[in-house]
Design a protein around this ligand. Structure first.
Ligand code: ADP
Ligand code: MG
Length: 341
């Protein structure tokens, strides 16, 4: 039996992103907590119906690596999607509040995401299209799951009409207009893993911005990459002669190259296409060779060279991991507790 909006009492806001806002809700009928996402859909009724039909595929998605789906319905100009509430939150939330994530845990994140991607593709022929730390969620049962995958072509279209859904986790081939493949998700995973391990978005080379493990100091969080801001909102302003105006607001650029200068989103996309891929490396920390090699294999710029999820799951970093479910539970609990202190 699918959840309806009238079953839900709003508890608290969990966050807002590109196309939606997420609220923690209480399901009166079932007596449990859930998460409700509202997506603004600017489309005519027939298209909205089509979207709600397409979202029904999520009903058939059952995997320990995919956030469970409980129902969807229209809410005035929005489409509401009710899903499993993940009590430790998204991995970007976790690292911003607790500092960078230890590399052994990051390995388990990689494993879970790859299992989730393989499930979506092998069973449903779905490509995720939006792998990034905010779409990877954890709970205190020690589970790591992915959410917000591209099930509905119509939904993707209607969001794309209002937002040019470009994010900086996008692979070089996608930036250049090639179609999505599961290999584009692998690139986005590689970028996300570096971000979690360093505690900063990898296309920023400013060492002050790097978060240490453990709670970040207030000065360490001055970096605000907004990596998911839509391209449309970041288009550089033109001077009267058509040249690009210097970006003034630091928060709109991404710090790069250690020289303290910032790049616009368009420069960043160009950088991803033209420059060598980032690596799992830091001036402050050393990482196991196995982890660095794994990430390198996610980030070949040529999708033909990039490894597939199956190949990545067979790599040493994954198969030699000693992290148990209990370790993940303890880790997730520690991130939740430090929040209350
Ligand atoms: P984005 O993924 O771009 O951040 P979303 O609207 O998808 O934007 O999500 C907003 C925030 O809500 C996420 O960053 C995450 O912290 C939180 N969130 C989303 N889904 C859930 C969920 N099922 N359980 C707990 N928190 C969630
Ligand atoms: Mg999301």
């Amino acid at each position: 039996d699918l959840v309806k909006d009238e079953d839900l009492d709003m508890l608290q806001d969990l966050g807002a992103g590109n196309g939606g806002t997420v609220t923690k809700v209480w399901n009166k009928k079932r007596g449990c907590v859930m998460a409700r996402k509202l997506i603004l859909v600017d489309a005519k009724p027939s298209v909205r119906k089509q979207i709600l039909r397409e979202l029904q595929i999520m009903n058939d998605c059952a995997s320990p690596y995919i956030v469970s789906y409980y129902g969807c319905f229209p809410v005035d100009v929005h489409v509401g999607i009710v899903m499993e509430y993940m009590d430790a939150g998204s991995l970007d939330y976790i690292y911003r509040h607790n500092g960078s994530i230890s590399i052994d845990i990051v390995g388990k994140v990689a494993e879970a995401v790859l299992h989730g991607l393989m499930y979506l593709y092998d069973v449903h022929r779905i490509i995720h299209r939006d792998i990034k730390p905010s779409n990877i969620l954890a709970n205190t049962a020690g589970e790591i799951k992915i959410c917000d995958f591209g099930v509905s072509g119509e939904l993707i279209n209607s969001i794309a009409n209002t937002f040019v859904g470009t994010s900086t986790y996008m692979s070089p081939e996608r930036i250049q207009g090639a179609p999505y493949t599961i290999k584009s998700d692998v690139w986005s995973l590689g970028i996300s893993l570096i971000e979690l391990a360093l505690g900063r978005f990898p296309f920023s080379d400013s060492p002050e911005a790097e978060l240490e493990e453990g709670p970040p100091s207030p000065t360490a969080s001055d970096y605000d990459p907004d990596p998911t801001l839509p391209l449309s909102s970041q288009r550089p302003k033109l001077n009267q002669d058509g040249s690009v105006k210097k970006e003034r607001r630091r928060s709109k650029g991404v710090s790069l190259g250690g020289g303290g200068h910032t790049m616009s989103i368009l420069d960043l996309l160009q950088h991803i296409v033209n420059e060598p891929a980032p690596k799992l490396a830091s001036r402050r920390k050393t990482f196991p060779e196995e982890a660095a090699v794994f990430v390198e294999d996610c980030l070949y710029k040529d999708p033909g060279e990039r490894k597939s999820p199956q190949e990545l799951l067979a790599m040493d970093w994954i198969t030699n991991s000693k992290v148990t479910k209990d370790d993940l539970r303890v880790w997730a609990l520690s991130t939740v507790h430090s929040e209350k202190d």
